[in-house]
Design a protein around this ligand. Sequence first.
Ligand SMILES: Cc1cc2nc3c(=O)[nH]c(=O)nc-3n(C[C@H](O)[C@H](O)[C@H](O)COP(=O)(O)O)c2cc1C
Length: 185
Amino acid sequence: MAKVLVLNGSPRRGGNTDALTAKAAEGVRSAGSQVEEIFLSALKIHPCTGCESCASIEAYCVSDDDMNGVMKKVIEADAILLASPVWWFNISTYLKAAVDRFYGALMKDAAFLKGKKLGLAFCYGGDDELTSGVKNAINSFQDIATYTEAQIVGTVQGHASEKGEILKNATLMKSAVELGKKLGE
Ligand SMILES: Cc1cc2nc3c(=O)[nH]c(=O)nc-3n(C[C@H](O)[C@H](O)[C@H](O)COP(=O)(O)O)c2cc1C
């Protein structure tokens, strides 16, 4: 049984990112694995200040906030689903703040993500996928995966603006379930 962690970077409960992660979680469970979702916006996660103290202290960060607990779960997970709405042509502030803080784990163990499965789930309000900024979000994580030797097993992305509008896209919802299955296998 795999442990799958979902890092949800949308602050909108019942929104479009939420719909994608709920479907992916269904897929994880149907693969017989366990899933935990973290709503990053509900936590206290201080932005990285670039002080580099993490290179010389035992803790992940001098900021003693909720990210220390999240980091432990990231390390324990076999697979991670990174989910976010597109904000200003990239991932949301919440997901970016959390990912920046991965630096603290990198300082302890350069292989902290090595071999882990990653899934990506994004939604965007723009009509045109090519100019929505979703490609920047995807590219960022492709570079992160290459650098950390993690493996992206799938990406789901779709257009929606109104809260929960993405649920109308049945094909996308099915793809989100399939992505969850892949993460949970
Ligand atoms: C601050 C902010 C910035 C946004 N920037 C973009 C953008 O650059 N490109 C885009 O296509 N949609 C953008 N959107 C629209 C959201 O990506 C879209 O409404 C999405 O479905 C929201 O997902 P949620 O329901 O999970 O919050 C933005 C929305 C907000 C609130």
